[in-house]
Design a protein around this ligand. Sequence first.
Ligand code: ATP
Ligand code: MG
Length: 428
Amino acid sequence: MQKINAIRGMNDLLPKDAAAWSYLERTLADLTRAYGYEQIRTPIVEATALFQRGIGEVTDIVEKEMYSFEDRLNGEQLTLRPEGTAAVVRASIEHNLIYDGPKRLWYTGPMFRHERPQRGRYRQFHQFGIEALGFAGPDIDAEIILMGQRLWDELGLQGVRLELNSLGEAAERTAHRQALVEYFTQHHVQLDEDSQRRLQTNPLRILDSKNPSMQTLIEGAPKLLEFLGSESLAHFEAVQTLLKANNIPFKINPRLVRGLDYYNLTVFEWTTEALGAQGTIAGGGRYDPLMERMGGKSAPACGWAMGMERVLDLMAISKSVPESDPVCDVYVLHQGGDTLVQAMIAAEALRSAGIDVILHCPPDGQSASFKSQMKKADASGAQLALIIGPDELASDEAQLKDLRGTGEQHAVPLSGLLAAVVDALVDS
Ligand code: ATP
Ligand code: MG
């Protein structure tokens, strides 16, 4: 029969990689606790309109990356979530989460974007993100950036650089936009096809172009920072002061605009050269207009999102994934029949005491020689082998063998098995 494979760009998480994922997830859970962030989980499927409004119609995601479909039963337009912020904002409005003050939230889970699969770019990928809802000051911008830096430090990642910019407020961007349109109109012949279209729809996004032949033109374009008023500048400077006071290195990148439409004031990205073309491991910023745009009461907010696959790739390069724990403490060997019955009872008793046990189950359902079982026990990483053969059963005993240290083996009474195993595990 022909086999069915996974969908292109959507990956299995195999056992050999599971330890690194768990380690990252534990580190993230500790990080969020250290800063008082609470977890939120939203559905993977949302109304398409949520992303059209929440991300912006003229963005790569909404224009060409969304997995959208019609609900066959009622015709609703639905989309597999391509990012987390729109849904977190929707949920916070729907459940009135910030009625009694601001909230610090975090989420994690799979996201879906129809992109060309390559290293660091997948169609199902995973994000971790934080959203600080209801905070207006530069203190929270700095705090979420400190969180990111702490995470890279905890994970032992090297060469992660922070780029920072301010997008100002709407009126400032309008003035800048006019200057941009003038500039790009003057240089119309040098624009690629995408950018010519964007000149009509969203000229700011031309600055986001990755087309190498556009870079010199973009370099010379009017910079938004030159159009910021005093309040926006003060916010931006306060963020920088707090970062400097906490010894966070950063570089101001006046061209940083981010892919999503809803940002204002502070925007930032963490990048690395170690991952090739997909070098942005996380990015975010302030999105004060979004709450109101999603139908809620106006409230300031900011956050960032990180690509888990890219961070794990960087962890592997930095060799910062700790050795994984062995899969079990004790591997139980037997010869089938009554010895299997006793072995299974013994394994259950040990598990009830919190000991991790693998019971030998022969692949062919027949009993195997102790020699071949012992090879499996060794390969399992277990500290101890517990052997119950017919002779042991006849004398109400089991053999306990130290697999890692001395290799010593001795008989223990079945009645005192738990104590003997605990002793041996402490010794080893
Ligand atoms: P890029 O410019 O690489 O397409 P983006 O601006 O679209 O990134 P965001 O929407 O800001 O990315 O998502 C936050 C993070 O999620 C990115 O910095 C990246 O680490 C990760 N990410 C985004 N798209 C993908 C993808 N298709 N596969 C794997 N990770 C991704
Ligand atoms: Mg993208």
